[in-house]
Design a protein around this ligand. Sequence first.
Ligand SMILES: *[C@@H]1O[C@H](CO)[C@@H](O)[C@H](O)[C@H]1NC(C)=O
Length: 195
Amino acid sequence: MDSMSRTTIFVTIALSLFFHVPTPANSTRMPLNSTPYKLVNEFCNQAKNKTFCVETFKLDPRSALAPDQVTLVKVAIDLGINDISKLKSHVSLVLPKHGTNPTAKLALQSCVSSFDVASEFLRGALKFVSGPYDEDSYETASENILNAGYSVESCQRGLDSKGVHDPSISRAVTSTSRVIGFAFRITNNVPTPTS
Ligand SMILES: *[C@@H]1O[C@H](CO)[C@@H](O)[C@H](O)[C@H]1NC(C)=O
């Protein structure tokens, strides 16, 4: 699969989590003393499952008074990295159960490698959004996040293609992929500084 079509797949998945494409209107910066979770609520209002979105961001204390969308991007990326690390441990625990099935074992091992790749992409993205705003850096971050999403989902595709059914992994892959989708959407929404 070439990079264009895998990008398209992930964009489609990321967009399908939303009712509508948000307008880039949130360009005003919130004062530090604004209502808790104001930016989170604004963003999550566009999510298909607002509860999941808000609960996800509430896992990180920075979300409550996030002064800008860049903070939310960093939160979403860190949550994604954390999810991937949990997924990896989970798959490693499940692996011995499939020890007698070499095909399943290979598919699961390949999941672990995909998760490592996904983590690296997210770490790269974090670096690109951590400096001062720069259009190219944000584009690169956005591409890295797409690739991270693709890598996580490639685990599920690998399992499907080998006929390996593991609902606990599938649920975790879906939820991680949604968190990465949040990072992707916010990254593409970060307003260009006006000054
Ligand atoms: C929305 O997310 C919440 C929290 O993760 C979950 O309990 C609920 O089942 C989800 N609703 C739908 C319609 O998927």
